[in-house]
Design a protein around this ligand. Structure first.
Ligand code: NAD
Ligand code: TYD
Length: 348
């Protein structure tokens, strides 16, 4: 069977593509990715020669390309990860998020509707985020019943896309599943997000920018555990249902960065406390969500999923990966990245 995975050259997508290509030799995995700044074929070089893998460079917003792909291949399922994914960029340039995350998802849904004459054995899987639920107070968790209340252009664009998926299910009977996951971390993470940014900056001796008072809380999940959850939801999730995925692992940003500093100091052979000196409080992100936390008991009970590593183990594996992949880090942080970085923090 042919399976279309969008955004497979990105952070999470590359782990999903690798898992599916290796675990399901009978599937033909088609990875459609526009290779924006966040897409990187180096993420997949170990599997690019596999006979059951095809890479297609192109945008999900291109209906002619989608038409060609759906005509050429009997695509039974879509796992949709392609997106603009960074909240800070969405604050600076919301339109790119509207385009890819909303219009791109609509174009994909339309392609499924046009080409899937029967919905039997087909499935559209929307990979979404817990950020669609907005911000939590000091207690409680997001459940599958939490109302959508997105606060950033990024989360609003993801929420819109989720609503479109649901609407295609209700209106046309499109078989779909949606999962809403917490913050991922791990290998291949682009160093604009908190953890890889701090790893990179420690290596470069640069400041570690903590937004606001640093007491904002996120729930962190190792990316390979997310990929396993995606495999389970795609194969065993129920149509028209949503699943929350999380690490049962809440951290205040400042505590997380301090833990990261300790592990980096050990790895670098630094005296304890060395990297913490780089911590710098900067102007807050506008509309910054106070706290996210996921109740992942549904996927745990119904599909038997739970995270496989502790945060300390996952963080150590992540740090080791960045040390072993200096070239990757060098490639993604040269050129446009410098401009991004200077621009992002210029007014803070
Ligand atoms: P990422 O930014 O690392 O990767 C996104 C990928 O999509 C890149 O390879 C990029 O080239 C591709 N892409 C962007 N625009 C495209 C377009 N128009 N057409 C085709 N490809 C395009 O993102 P990520 O962190 O891997 O996130 C993947 C998905 O998971 C996103 O939908 C995101 O909303 C969701 N998600 C992410 C997290 C997280 O913590 N990173 C958590 C929950 C959900
Ligand atoms: P981020 O990794 O951008 O993910 P998201 O905004 O999707 O949760 O940010 C995680 C948290 O870290 C968030 O509360 C913002 C904060 N943050 C900083 O304090 N400094 C930084 O340089 C970055 C990138 C994020």
């Amino acid at each position: 069977m042919s399976l279309l995975i969008t955004g497979g050259a990105g952070f999470i997508g590359s782990h999903v593509v690798r898992l599916f290509v290796q675990k399901y030799p009978d599937y033909h995995i088609i990875n459609l990715d526009a290779l924006t700044y966040a897409g990187n074929l180096e993420n997949l070089k170990d599997i690019e020669q596999r006979p059951n893998y095809t890479f297609v460079k192109g945008s999900i917003t291109d209906p002619l390309l989608l038409d060609r792909l759906f005509t050429q291949h009997d695509i039974k399922g879509v796992i949709h990860l392609a997106a603009e994914s960074h909240v800070d960029r969405s604050i600076k340039d919301p339109m790119a998020f509207i385009d890819t995350n909303i219009k791109g998802t609509a174009a994909l849904l339309n392609a499924c509707k046009a080409h899937w004459k029967s919905f039997e054995g087909r499935r559209f899987y929307q990979i979404s985020t817990d950020e669609v639920f907005g911000a939590l107070g000091p207690t409680g968790c997001f459940t599958e019943e939490s109302p959508y209340a997105p606060n950033s252009p990024y989360s609003a664009s993801k929420a819109s896309a989720d609503h479109l998926v649901r609407a295609y299910g209700e209106t046309y009977g499109l078989p779909y599943v949606i999962s809403n996951c917490s913050n991922n971390y791990g290998p291949n993470h682009f160093p604009e997000k908190l953890i890889p940014l701090c790893i990179h900056n420690i290596l470069e001796g640069k400041d570690l920018p903590i937004y606001g008072n640093g007491l904002y809380t996120r729930d962190w999940l190792f990316v390979k555990d997310h990929a396993v959850a995606i495999d389970l939801v795609f194969h065993q999730g129920k149509n028209h249902e949503t699943y929350n995925i999380g690490g049962f692992n809440e951290w205040k940003n400042i505590d997380l960065v301090k833990l990261l500093c300790q592990q980096m100091d050990q790895k670098l052979g630094n005296a304890p406390g060395t990297s913490e000196q780089l911590i710098t409080y900067v102007k807050d992100r506008p509309g910054h969500d106070r706290r996210y936390a996921i109740d992942a008991s549904k996927i745990n009970k119904e599909l038997g999923w739970k995270p496989s590593v502790t945060f300390e183990e996952g963080l150590q594996q992540t740090i080791d990966w960045y040390f072993d992949n200096e070239e990757w880090l060098k490639h993604v942080t040269t050129g446009a990245y410098q401009h991004y970085y200077e621009n992002m923090y210029a007014d803070r």
